[in-house]
Structure formats: structure tokens, C-alpha cells
Design a protein around this ligand. Structure first.
Ligand code: EPZ
Length: 434
């Protein structure tokens, strides 16, 4: 079973060694999870390749099995047979373990017409309501009852609707797409999320027989149009999961922070525009090998590494909130000041207290952090409290003098299949412990 919340795992490293080497980037957690959920909608057998070996994927596989689906998970390949899906009540222990369990609502509702689920769990990075998810499902004709922490959704028949999202929520867009795919009639999602993981979900569903217009002018205008199809028209398919832009970005910021030169392979290059602009703006060189999906960052000349004055996180294609914590660490190691405004989540500066204990100088003013760079970080025992902050603390340990221990590192395994193994390939002195 996956580890969530406090756990006895830790990662120990000795810092101050520039990174050097090359590394394959794993499959994308945030592309694989909604596509696994989408398998429930498709009566048949799907085979997904290139899935990351992480605990959130294990958790989603357990959820699929709880619906009655057959799941064969070997390495990065997952085969899902949903011919016998019939259970609409999803077990609390898995739903509470991660946020992305919520998109199973749209898939199970579309397949069975009913779903019982508790409020999802997930990283404590701020208020994470699901009001937009429920609004979208109700617009599609679902009746929803909430009893404390439990949500019961029921739909005699899902019908297409025009759904105008107040915010381009990734999860709400995914949930609506999944419920609308087999609804009667046409659904138009306005102000839809445009993340690459949304595109991947639409591509997967269309390959399986759905009719989703998600590209070109529609999406530029923030619209996704879904023509509902009969459930029987959907067929099981094989699909390759894209590589993980956030894991790739984490390692780019690690090289920027610790110094050195690394090459990443199997990188979703076109999804990292704002990240590469930021890193180049901070003085590192990035060379792209389009042919092999390779990206090399050279941050050896430490005199050149200087903070840009300001950046804010925003929806895709702007700077991703999931890389805000690794950016903070890189900013600690660069000259000058960086002001970072976190516009997506209400509490995503939780690693600042841990970084301060290592010697960082970071002031917090509401949704903004002001980092004064050029500080030496000292190795400490620090505590991971969520996935991306935990990964950023590992990056900080690679930059700090002496030994750093990142405790509760089970959070990190939710999204990084082997962060210590990856950094070892890049020349770091790092290992797991328990
Ligand atoms: C997805 O979360 C990702 N998770 C997150 O990655 C990512 O940070 C986020 O999108 C933004 O890109 C997965 O894909 C599994 P949202 P999601 O709905 O869908 C508010 C990681 O580390 N909101 O776009 O939960 C919400 O509170 C994770 O891999 C509502 O108010 O993100 C937040 O402030 C962390 N009501 C903002 O919108 C709703 O009904 C963005 O949330 C839904 C969302």
C-alpha cells in the first residue's frame, strides 16, 4: 500500500557537489492518473505504456480494482480490463489518499450512472474544494447529495450542457470531459484548462471512440466541445503515456541550484517553454536536441547565476505552480533577489520554514515570497510535508554543506519514481533510508 502522510522513510545526501550526467525522464503522473480513470468508462481492455512507478499510480490501480476492473500492473505497463466494472462505491482509504481520485467521479458516473465517493485527499497545499467539479456534473444532469464527507451522485441520463468554469481547473475540466464523453448531446466547456495533461486525456478518449474537439481555435478560445457517443461505441486501446514535465523541470532547477551540467532524455520539450525562459533568464545555458527529445542544462559558471526580479505561477503555458518550490531553492543559490507570487494554491510556501532552518533568507507576504539569494545553505534534518515541496528539499540538500536528511520522504514517492536513484545517476551522494 502506498505511504501517505507521516511515514518512516527518509532520504540522506551530502551536498555541495555539482551535478554531472544524463537521465531518462519518467512517465507523467498527471497524464497517467486521469487516463487510468478514463479506462473505467471504456467497456474493454486498455494497455497503458510508460506509466511512472509511483505510489499514486498504485493507489489509482487499487481504486480501479475496487470498481471490479481487472488490473495487471508490470513495471511501466498497466493493462486494465473493465468488462466487469459494476461497483460504484469507491473505498475511502484510497480516495482520501490522493486528490486525483476525484476524476473517477465523472468516469464511474458515465459508466454506471451512479457514484459514491468521499471528499478526496491529497497534498496539503491549500484549500482544495471540488465545487467546480460538482457544478459541472450537475450541469450534465447528475443529482448530487452531500452527507458530511460523503458525496453521492446519480444520473438517470447525462445530457450535454454549456459549462462555463469560473477558473480553468485541471481536475474539474477532466471530470466534466469524462462525464460528457457518453452524455446525450453536445457539451461545451468554456474557460477549460489547457494543460498538456488535458490534451492527453482528450487524445486517449478520441482514440477509444469519443468525439472531443480540443485542439486549434477551440482550445485557444479556452473551449472544449464534446459530442457524446454511445457507451458501446467506446473500445479499449493501447496508449503511451507522455513524459513528466514537472519531474524534468525539477531536475533542471536542481542543476541550476547545485551547479554542473546535465542532459535529460525523453523530455516533453515543447511543454517547458516558461520553465526554460526562467532558467535562461537566471543565467544558465539550455541546449535542446529536438531529435532525441534531449535537453542539456549548463549551470557551471556560478558567477552568471542571478535571480530575475519577479515571477508568478499561473495556468499553462505560464510558469507551473508545481515547480514553484524547486524554483525557490534555485533562487536561494543565485545572486540577488527573486519575488515569487503563487497565484494557484493558497498554501504552497510550506517548505520556506524548512529552508530557513537551512539558512535561507525568505520573507513571506501573503501570496508572495521574496528570496534573498547568495546564501550558503547548511545541511539539516528537514521534513517533507507534500510532494513537490519534498522534492525541493532534496534539491536544497544537494546544495547545502554537510549532510541533509529529508524525513517523511514517502510523500516524494507519490510523484518521483526514484529521486535518489536519479540524482545518483547525476553524480550526487544520496541514498534512501528507513
Ligand atoms: C492538478 O491539480 C494537478 N494534480 C496539480 O499537481 C497541479 O498543481 C494543478 O492541477 C494545477 O496545475 C493532478 O493533475 C493530479 P486545479 P487540481 O483544479 O486538478 C481551485 C502535483 O504536485 N479549485 O486546477 O487539483 C483549487 O483549490 C499536483 O502533481 C477550486 O476552487 O488543480 C486551486 O486553488 C499538486 N474548486 C486551483 O483551483 C474546484 O472545484 C487550481 O486547482 C477545483 C479547483
Amino acid at each position: 500500500m502506498a505511504h501517505f502522510g507521516r511515514n518512516s522513510e527518509y532520504i540522506r545526501m551530502e551536498g555541495k557537489k555539482p551535478l554531472d550526467g544524463r537521465l531518462q525522464i519518467q512517465g507523467s503522473k498527471n497524464a497517467a492518473l486521469p487516463i487510468l480513470a478514463a479506462c473505467v468508462l471504456i467497456p474493454g481492455k486498455c494497455v497503458l505504456r510508460g506509466c511512472p512507478c509511483i505510489t499514486d499510480i498504485e493507489c489509482m490501480c487499487s481504486l480501479l480494482k475496487s470498481t471490479g476492473a481487472g488490473v495487471e500492473h508490470s513495471g511501466s505497463q498497466i493493462a486494465v480490463d473493465t468488462c466487469s466494472v459494476r461497483e460504484y462505491r469507491l473505498p475511502e482509504k484510497y480516495v482520501s489518499a490522493m486528490r486525483s481520485s476525484v476524476v473517477l467521479m465523472g468516469a464511474v458516473l458515465g459508466r454506471l450512472g451512479e457514484v459514491h465517493v468521499n471528499y478526496p485527499g491529497g497534498c496539503v497545499i491549500g484549500e482544495r474544494p471540488i465545487d467546480m467539479h460538482l457544478y459541472g456534473l450537475e450541469k450534465l444532469g447528475a443529482q448530487i447529495w452531500i452527507d458530511g464527507n460523503h458525496i453521492h451522485a446519480y444520473a438517470d441520463e447525462l445530457r450535454g450542457a454549456v459549462i462555463d468554469l469560473p477558473f480553468p481547473s485541471v481536475g474539474a475540466t477532466q471530470n466534466i470531459i469524462l462525464a460528457a464523453a457518453t452524455a446525450r448531446g453536445t457539451t461545451v466547456i468554456k474557460n477549460a484548462a489547457k494543460e498538456p495533461e488535458i490534451i492527453e486525456l482528450c487524445k486517449f478518449l478520441n482514440m477509444a471512440g469519443a468525439r472531443i474537439d480540443y485542439a486549434g481555435t477551440q482550445l485557444k478560445a479556452g473551449r472544449i466541445v464534446i459530442q457524446g457517443v454511445e457507451l458501446s461505441k467506446l473500445r479499449g486501446i493501447e496508449y503511451e503515456i507522455i513524459s513528466d514535465r514537472i519531474v524534468a523541470g525539477t531536475y533542471l532547477f536542481a542543476a541550476l541550484a547545485a551547479g554542473g551540467k546535465i542532459t535529460l532524455e525523453n523530455v516533453p520539450i515543447r511543454q517547458l517553454g516558461s520553465v526554460c525562459d526562467t532558467i535562461r533568464g537566471m543565467g544558465a545555458e539550455i541546449v535542446i536536441g529536438e531529435a532525441e527529445n534531449e535537453m542539456t542544462i549548463n549551470a557551471c559558471d556560478r558567477d552568471r547565476i542571478t535571480n530575475i526580479p519577479y515571477i508568478e505561477t499561473d495556468v499553462y503555458p505560464d510558469f507551473p505552480t508545481d515547480l514553484q518550490s524547486p524554483l525557490l531553492v534555485a533562487a536561494c543559490m543565485a545572486k540577488g533577489k527573486l519575488t515569487v507570487r503563487e497565484k494557484i494554491f493558497s498554501s504552497r510556501f510550506r517548505i520556506v520554514e524548512e529552508l530557513r532552518r537551512m539558512g535561507a533568507e525568505i520573507a513571506i507576504e501573503g501570496d508572495t515570497a521574496i528570496v534573498t539569494g547568495g546564501r550558503e545553505l547548511e545541511g539539516r534534518t528537514v521534513i517533507a510535508r507534500e510532494l513537490r515541496g519534498g522534492a525541493a528539499l532534496v534539491v536544497a540538500g544537494l546544495c547545502a554543506s554537510g549532510i541533509t536528511t529529508v524525513a517523511d520522504s514517502g510523500f516524494i514517492r507519490r510523484g518521483y519514481q526514484d529521486i535518489a536513484g536519479d540524482f545518483t545517476k547525476l553524480g550526487a551522494r544520496i541514498s534512501y533510508g528507513e
